[in-house]
Write a protein that binds this ligand. Structure first.
Ligand code: DGJ
Length: 739
């Protein structure tokens, strides 16, 4: 049914290694204390700030200190709330496992059979606890894995196996981590096309907040990171705990607070009815649940970023400047036109040229051709080779757009294989963007795609795929049986990506889904960046990028400089605002540069040059944000890991109530060091009306000011008066004379 958790050796091994104790995992400034005493499922005694060295006796005292007293009119034993809470233990909140055998075995009572602690990861830095359990009555086995990474990120998942001889139906399998009662507020995300990852805050009250995603992809409106924090927590202050359910199909992410004083965050896959029916010996494994803690959101993010950057496959080469053809030419593919675009792209310093939608089959607009992954002889009579030659000749890599999981009814593929289209039995869902979804659990459909994509990558010098996915999965079943198919589809896409990467390890892949509809850590385990949004209006992008970067670091977030007038909002913005926002990501350009003026191209070249100078810093440093009381301004910065330098952006997104605005602290620097702080060209044009009248901000000059990290993070610097929708950059370098 699903990949089996590899628990190193075997379950029996774990049994013999059983160690009934309290286990203290500690790394990256975080402690996780697990109670695996006796035969009860593991419970978390503490998850949060590091506790220092603790003996087994200290841990026992900690567990005693944390244990609640029994209350009247509840069960007459202490309620044991494990990571997989069970009703059989007296827990009446959301259970970790919900399933049945024709109505029986609907409630579990697992007994731990063994646990093991082991080191994982390339350099053994991941401290892991594996717990195995069995429910003899329900005829189920369970494995829970909990990892604490060097970054301080906790990762956990569970696997249930049916040991009975009739089918066990899994409705839901979720894991939970406790958060303290002092968490008063929740932060999670919503959104839609062109406005992904829009934050929403609510009070953390009694009851259950469930963020369900039924879109069959990660979703624009996914919970993304569900955070619980102390009242008013911000970027730099307040304790905050957050979880991310890493799955690109259906998901459930939950925050639950009961009157018993139990508060927790949890997550798992959202399974459709009948998706997981386990025959004897079959297993189902949950997605990974990622969890991070911080004093303020920046610290929480920093741990996620460190986790991602430590992965073996994390992109470490300089992130090349991309030119993407979509908003430049849309479906108007023409070698001459694209050659001129490529020349203009190279002239401003682009390093990768990506041909978007429209190059294959009958795809002259968005109503036909999906599925026919053969170069169109109509628009590319000599194949892609002539364009690739031009692009490579100009010193750029070539990239190509694909949307493998989709099929237009108006395509040769659909005409030949109508039975490859996902459907609830006889009923095919309404089209969306004139397209349907290919059933990748069908081995023939899967093999067809693998062969086509493999051939494209083998026959052409393609170094990059933009992998798109432009519709929700509606009524998405396997056409033959009519059974729900989102789970199978999601795993099949992962397999397809894995197989292609294995065959073409030099090819990078971008995860796109109508903009930012597929941004999660499981798709990122097999891709190299995400397309955050189809909205490249810099005003909107300030927030989209800020919140996307809550989970993932800047080098994984595609951010493009668009045309002067945004195609998706009709807002007109100056180039400095567009570029100054886009460099805080993996920079690209999506603008018909053949129509740009010489002045615009010159200015763009300066921005690309700056990006190349600072990308090493932006893509390895620590991301920080100000906690500004002035809602008209945002402060984002990246500080080098060694504290020697930083780059900050001050963005005005509205007019300011205070005029001139007050000061802003520059966070994240070394308090003991002295820095030179100055405006960074070309982001040094503070064109607010005060400057227009000749009234300059005293420190806004090429020599700037010289201040310590402590002063900068405490007293700060006076903000410049800016027109709305302006960004200026501040460069901070360690002063040569430290005295
Ligand atoms: C949706 C993507 O988000 C866009 O960037 C573009 O690739 C179009 N699809 C192409 O159809």
């Amino acid at each position: 049914m699903s990949a089996t958790i590899s628990v190193g050796q075997t379950l029996t091994d774990a049994v013999s290694a059983a160690d009934p104790s309290l286990i203290h995992l500690s790394a990256g400034g975080v402690s996780l204390v697990l109670d695996v005493r006796g035969s009860r499922l593991p419970a978390i005694v503490h998850w949060g700030a590091a506790l220092g060295d603790l003996s087994q006796r200290d841990l026992v005292d900690l567990a005693v200190a944390a244990a609640p007293q029994p209350i009247g009119f509840s069960v007459d034993v202490p309620v044991h709330v494990s990571m997989l809470p069970e009703q059989s233990a007296g827990w009446l909140g959301t259970p970790g496992l919900s399933g049945h055998r024709q109505g029986r075995a609907w409630s579990s009572a697992f007994t731990v059979t063994g646990s093991r602690r082991e080191r994982r990861g390339a350099d053994d830095t991941t401290d892991t606890v594996i717990v195995c359990a069995r429910d003899e009555v329900a005829e189920l086995e369970l494995v829970i894995e909990v990892e604490l990474h060097a970054s301080g990120v906790v990762r956990s998942r569970a696997q249930v196996t049916n040991t009975g001889d009739d089918v066990y139906w899994v409705n839901d399998l979720s894991l939970f981590l406790p958060v303290p009662e002092e968490t008063a507020e929740l932060l999670d995300f919503t959104g839609h096309h062109l406005r992904e990852r829009s934050p929403q805050r609510t009070a953390f009250t009694h009851g259950l907040r469930v963020r369900e995603n039924r879109t069959g992809r990660t979703g624009y409106d996914s919970a993304y990171v569900l955070c619980a924090g102390s009242a008013g927590f911000g970027n730099r202050h307040g304790q905050v705990w957050g979880i991310h359910t890493a799955f690109s199909g259906g998901s459930r992410t939950l925050a639950e607070r009961t009157f018993h004083g139990r508060s927790s965050l949890g997550g798992g896959e959202l399974l459709l009815p009948g998706e997981i029916g386990l025959a004897e010996g079959e297993s189902y494994t949950t997605p990974w649940l990622y969890a991070s803690y911080g004093e303020g959101l920046d610290e929480l993010s920093g741990r996620f970023h460190r986790y991602l950057r430590a992965r073996a496959q994390h992109p470490r080469s300089a992130r090349p400047v991309v030119v993407n053809t979509w908003e430049a030419v849309y479906f108007d593919h023409d070698l001459d036109r694209l050659t001129r675009l490529a020349e203009a792209a190279a002239s401003v310093g682009a390093e990768r040229f990506v041909l978007d939608d429209g190059w294959f089959g009958s795809r002259r607009n968005d109503t036909s051709g999906l599925g026919d992954w053969t170069v169109s002889t109509e628009v590319w009579p000599q194949g892609l080779e002539p364009l690739i030659k031009v692009v490579n000749g100009l010193g750029m890599e070539f990239g190509l757009w694909v949307e493998p999981e989709m099929i237009n009814p108006d395509s040769d593929l659909a005409r030949a294989h109508p039975d490859w289209i996902m459907a609830a039995g006889e009923r095919v869902s309404p089209t969306a963007r004139s397209q349907q979804v290919l059933d990748l659990a069908n081995p023939q459909a899967y093999d067809y795609l693998l062969e086509r994509l493999d051939a494209l990558l083998t026959e052409n010098a393609i170094r990059y795929l933009k992998w798109d996915h432009n519709r929700d999965l509606v009524d998405a079943g396997h056409p033959g049986t009519g059974r729900a198919g989102v789970h199978d589809q999601t795993l099949a896409v992962y397999r397809l990506l894995d197989e292609l990467r294995a065959r073409h390890p030099a090819v990078e892949i971008e995860s796109c889904s109508s903009g930012g509809g597929r941004v999660d850590l499981e798709v990122l385990a097999r891709t190299d960046r995400v397309w955050a949004s189809d909205c490249i209006d810099a005003h909107e992008r300030v927030m989209i990028q800020r919140w996307t970067s809550l989970l993932i670091p800047l080098e994984l977030i595609g951010s493009h400089i668009g045309a002067p007038r945004s195609h998706t909002t009709r807002r007109e913005l100056p180039l400095d605002m567009r570029a100054g926002t886009a460099i805080f990501g993996h920079l690209g350009i999506e603008w018909d540069l053949t129509r740009a003026s010489e002045d615009e191209l010159d200015r763009l070249r300066q921005w690309v040059t700056l990006y190349k100078q600072v990308r090493g810093l932006l893509h390895t440093g620590v991301l920080v944000h100000g906690d500004l009381s002035n809602p008209a301004y945002e402060l984002t910065g990246v500080v080098a890991q060694d504290g020697s330098q930083a780059l900050y952006a001050i963005t005005a997104t509205a007019t300011s109530a205070s005029y001139p605005p007050g000061s802003v602290a520059l966070p994240g620097l070394d308090p003991a060091r002295t820095y030179r702080v100055r405006p960074q060209p070309p982001g040094d044009i503070a064109d607010g009306n005060a400057a227009d009248w000749g009234a300059a901000l005293p420190w806004w000059s090429p020599s700037g000011v010289r201040l310590s990290g402590r002063v900068l993070d405490t007293a700060g610097l006076r903000l410049p008066v800016l027109y709305p929708d302006r960004v200026v950059l501040i460069r901070v370098t360690e002063a040569a004379d430290q005295a």
